[in-house]
Ligand binder design. Structure first.
Ligand code: LRH
Ligand code: MN
Ligand code: MN
Length: 385
């Protein structure tokens, strides 16, 4: 048990700055009291999540949603509050110029503008000490024949190569794929295979991001995890939960068993430790629920899935697999999944001097009432969905 607790104590989960701002759907954004008015306050909220959970010491930024004049000062602000800047998410989807795409746009001028933004993001990484540049492109087509599919891959590859060449030592390029949306006919990086192929061309510091919301229903995500881990190309997760599309709900809300199966592959590959280099990030928006408790809940959900994965009796599983014992092997996995790990996690938090119930502790601490009084006119997260 002490080994399991040690592994859990070492786990790191990154929270997204946009998870703290107001968000909604294209139908309505429901504003909440006390939401951050700027990136500085988003970092304060992320630090609050870390204070109560002990496992969320970094926060991802989205540029330009989190644009500031002095990024070094923003990084110092984070450090003063006990957290650090995580991945820098580039945003080449909101300008009018990007109507027909960014890095795959047929217009070289638009492509130049997009790549310049990606290079600016690497500059921000230099100033904030961030390791990861996270790229997701809204590029794609709505109609067959709208543009040349192969030419778009060439343009994408060229933009990625220029960006990769700009990375400093120790910096990584993380490429995220998405099945659809906002393009409906095809996107230019629709799946892990496409992302993987581009990463292979770029070099070892190009890695794939798995956003758990970005697949067709029924996709076996843990297979993708296992495959990419084996190939040494899994760089990060964007954890969230989906019922139908890219719903951005609290991680583990729709399918905690899937989350367990994913974490089982991670544990099996010894990839939980921060030294393995996989960034476990959340990418979710809280449209109707209070944001900080929702982020805390998500962190706890990841921790619970991880604890169950750590409980899998690896020797018994290997033996059953070797013997072709189909039911026995499945039972080993299900025994772990069906264990209530909440007492173990409560004990771990008590050992670490944390409150065993982070959500309750947050509600008691008065932070929500204080920021509601202090912060008037909070920001929208950046987009509506
Ligand atoms: C796209 C996405 C991507 C963006 C984030 C806000 O759907 O998952 O990671 O950066 O949402
Ligand atoms: Mn994402
Ligand atoms: Mn998404």
């Amino acid at each position: 048990m002490s080994e399991i607790k040690a592994a859990l104590a070492e786990q790191r989960i990154e929270t997204p700055s946009w998870g703290y701002g107001n968000s909604g759907t294209r139908f309505r954004v429901f504003p909440q009291p006390g939401v951050p008015r700027d990136p500085w306050e988003k970092i304060d909220d992320a630090a609050t999540v870390h204070r109560f959970t002990g496992v969320a010491p970094t926060v991802s930024l989205h540029i330009p949603w989190d644009a500031v004049d002095d990024y070094a000062a923003l990084a110092r602000h984070a450090e003063d509050r006990g957290v650090a800047i995580g991945a820098i998410n580039a945003n080449v989807f909101q300008d009018e110029a990007y109507k027909l795409g960014s890095v795959a746009n047929p217009d070289p001028g638009v492509r130049r503008k997009a790549v310049d933004h990606l290079l600016d993001c690497v500059e921000i990484m230099d100033r904030t000490g961030s390791r990861d540049l996270k790229l997701w492109f809204a590029d794609g087509l709505n109609y067959p024949g709208q543009d040349d599919l192969r030419a778009r891959q060439d343009r994408l590859a060229e933009a990625l190569a220029e960006t990769y060449a700009r990375l400093g030592e120790g910096q990584r390029l993380l490429l995220e794929y998405k099945l659809f949306e906002p393009a409906f006919y095809t996107t230019d990086v629709p799946d892990w295979g496409t992302a993987f192929a581009h990463c292979l061309d770029l070099g070892p510091r190009a890695q794939v991001v798995i956003d758990t919301g970005h697949h067709a229903p029924g996709t076996n995500i843990e297979f993708i995890v296992a495959f990419l881990l084996r190939a040494g190309r899994l760089g990060a997760f964007d954890f969230n939960s989906r019922f139908y599309a890219d719903d951005d709900l609290m991680v583990g809300a729709a399918d905690p068993f899937q989350l367990f199966r994913i974490m089982h592959e991670i544990v099996r590959a010894d990839a939980l430790t921060p030294a393995a280099g996989i960034a476990f990030m959340l990418d979710q928006c809280h449209n109707i629920e209070p944001k900080i408790p929702a982020v805390i809940r998500s962190v706890l959900n990841v921790q619970e899935a991880t604890a169950k994965a750590l409980l899998v009796d690896a020797a018994a599983l290997a033996k059953a697999q070797q013997e072709g014992d189909v039911l026995g092997a499945n039972a080993v996995l299900m025994d772990a999944y069906n264990t209530d790990v909440r007492p173990l996690l409560a004990e771990l938090r008590a050992d670490q001097g944390l409150d065993p119930d982070p959500v309750a502790a947050f509600h008691r601490c008065g932070y929500a009432a204080r920021v509601a009084a202090e912060r008037v006119g909070g920001e929208q997260a950046g987009w509506g969905a």
